[in-house]
Unconditional design. Sequence first.
Length: 293
Amino acid sequence: MRDVGLIGLGAMGLGMAQSLRRAGHRVHVYDVRDEAARKFAAEGGVACTSPADVASRCEVVVGVVVNAAQTEQVLFGEKGAASSMKGGNLFVMCSTVDPNWSVALEQRLEGLGLLYLDAPISGGAAKAAAGQITMMTAGKPAAYAMAGELLEGMAAKVYRLGDRAGNGSKVKIINQLLAGVHIAAAAEAMALGLREGVAADALYDVITHSAGNSWMFENRMPHVLKNDYTPLSAVDIFVKDLGLVLDTARATKFPLPLASTAHQMFMQASSAGHGREDDAAVIKIFPGIQLPD
């Protein structure tokens, strides 16, 4: 049994904490929602009062928050984790961020004598709860040595992509390019079918058994069929993530026409008031269609 800290009990973080606990570790958690940490503690974890409190108890702290700004707050904000981490302790960063920011964070933590693992994640809430996510990691050998078996406790696939930070985040934003484009394409296809009078459930059944299927079509379009846009991954997540994709490509003047179009679709959905809805709500930008009740 190891003491491991996890900060951020959202859809992915909660499942990862549960997987670590199931693997036999003592899991110390913090979330800005006190009730989330208390509920996890009631099921066998340890609730902490701040990121610093987590870090004071654990050699390894896993950050599972939304973006770079929140990661910055977790580490260096009031009662941040970095203030309590001892030399040689490890911070595992699981957010989707600008790769250059991740490289800079590694250097910043090295200056404090701390280890860092660039380790974005993919797979969704169900896979997180089952310990079946994918981790795209990059970091020094010492960081992997400190992480030990903890990564495998959270993930079915742990890819080692380099001995310095950066490549983990680069691969993650490429994944997000595909995910965002696939969701936008799935919404466009379903919208056309509805506009042409095809029954939504019939269209879904045919496509998921045909060559045009994608994982995102199969996973997201049931949200449309059920008229349930409870956010598992929100529209605004793809406004952010596809923005990171485009920023990365723009730096080297690399054209991304499909990613650019998908980004505009999510921007349009967000500006229409759907930013906090499930990302399948991008279908709502299409005029003249009757969505399922």
